[in-house]
Design a protein around this ligand. Structure first.
Ligand code: HEM
Length: 400
């Protein structure tokens, strides 16, 4: 078995390769991308929390050595350069603190009713047909609608968000075409303009939504700049979008391949919270996160130099037998399940409480309203991508 993150076979099912790598070469340098890859849970979990590594290096480099984007992609990099995702402490601490102050558990919990309404509305449109394409009919529109609800994006504008987000997240895959780059830049410009106008409108006419709260938030005299506010909203939409879609798609497909587990979950909805965690572990929606070495250091006898790039393989870590007994078995009752799918350390997923609520409610509604779900047609296929792992489509039949 050969490791090649651009090979279709690997992208469609990376788990057998992970099993082999974890036991034979748990840490290896992959020459084509000059990345050190880590496959074991213990290593991935430890390195995520190691402050000698960062999601970016810019903050430690002298200005003349920092990355300067080519002018034609500047509008795109501007979005990420003002987001907490691409900052390290102390800037990251300040930004995350401000956003955390208003993106509270209370605000997430207050979305419960709207999430119920959104999930039911999406299924109302298909229940009489006895057939559904899970991704387009349900999994894709759900997170966009929930995040729009959270932010306060009016109904009439919501159709704009998904194409913008899709065009932007393509840039997070390893490798993209000039046309994809052009679309990402255009979407960044349009999205930023839209949010700037919406924020100005809310400053004049405050409402009970997250955009208003972000416009008003203040902590110890600190506020968000307009660039930071725009980047935060884009991050919330993008970060919370594809992964949630794919935990629904990949998760249902995993349940269909394990019919005993699907039957049990349908019969015992109280298992939904542990089932959602297990589905996130079993088929990890975001397979890889990278880190850069901020200062020379040694880890388990291996020397790493400033600027080295590390690839933390979440999908491999989540199937590590040293942490998860019987890791290749889907067990919706698994209790001890500290999966790494939401990350760890200072960048731990800020949206995890919302993602959990949304996913639990999605599974609850799907299992209740689409009884006896089964595959319609051929087995689904995974997209040709490595980092964001998801299906092209998933067609199901159900009793009605
Ligand atoms: C199943 C769904 C989701 C998964 C698997 C997921 C996963 C992750 C992971 C792994 C990270 C850390 C990346 C790193 O350490 O390099 C992260 C960060 C983040 N996520 Fe999520 N996420 C999900 C849903 C959401 C949602 C719904 C939101 C918000 C609406 C969200 C907002 C964020 C934000 C703002 C960050 C950046 C935090 C920081 O840099 O401090 N995520 N997410």
């Amino acid at each position: 078995m050969v490791f090649d993150p651009q090979a279709r076979d690997f992208q469609h099912n990376p788990y057998p390769v992970y099993d082999e790598l974890r036991s034979t070469t748990p840490v290896f340098f992959w020459e084509p991308w000059k990345i050190w890859f880590f496959t074991r849970y213990d290593d991935v979990n430890t390195l995520l929390r190691d402050r000698r590594l960062g999601r970016t290096m810019d903050h430690i480099l002298p200005p003349e050595q920092r990355y300067v984007p080519p002018p034609d992609i500047e509008p795109f990099t501007r979005l990420s350069s003002h987001s907490m995702f691409d900052k390290e402490p102390p800037e990251h601490t300040r930004l995350r603190g401000l956003v955390h102050k208003v993106f509270t558990p209370r605000r997430v919990e207050s979305l419960r009713e709207q999430i119920t309404a959104i999930t039911n509305k999406l299924l109302d449109a298909v229940v009489d047909k006895g057939e559904i394409e899970i991704l387009e009919d349900f999994a894709v529109p759900l997170p966009v609608n929930v995040i729009s609800e959270l932010l306060g994006v009016p109904d009439a504008d919501r159709h704009l968000l998904r194409p913008w987000s899709n065009n932007i997240v393509v840039m997070y895959e390893l490798g993209h075409t000039p046309e994809q780059e052009r679309l990402a830049v255009q979407s960044a410009v349009d999205f930023a303009d839209y949010l700037r106008n919406l924020a100005a409108e809310r400053r004049a006419n405050p409402k009970d939504d997250l955009i208003t709260a972000l416009v008003q938030v203040e902590e110890a005299g600190e506020r968000l700049t307009m660039d930071e506010l725009i980047s935060t909203c884009v991050l919330l939409l993008n970060a919370g979008h594809e992964a949630t879609v794919n935990v629904i798609g990949n998760g249902l497909w995993a349940l269909l391949r394990n019919p005993d587990q699907l039957r049990r979950l349908a019969a015992e909805p109280s298992l939904i919270p542990t089932a959602v965690e297990e589905l996130m572990r079993f088929d990890t929606p975001l397979q890889l996160f990278r880190r850069w070495v901020l200062e020379d250091f040694e880890y388990k006898g291996q020397h790493f130099k400033q600027g080295d790039e590390l690839g933390l393989m979440f999908g491999a870590a989540n199937r590590d037998p040293a942490r998860f007994p019987d890791p290749n078995t889907l067990d919706i009752t698994r209790q001890d399940n500290p999966h790494i799918s939401f990350g760890g350390g200072v960048h731990y997923c800020l949206g995890a409480p919302l993602a959990r609520l949304e996913l639990q409610m999605a599974y609850q509604t799907l299992l209740k309203r689409l009884p006896n779900m089964r595959l319609a047609g051929d087995a689904p296929t995974f997209k040709d991508a490595y980092v964001i792992r998801g299906l092209h489509e998933l067609r199901l039949k159900f009793d009605h």
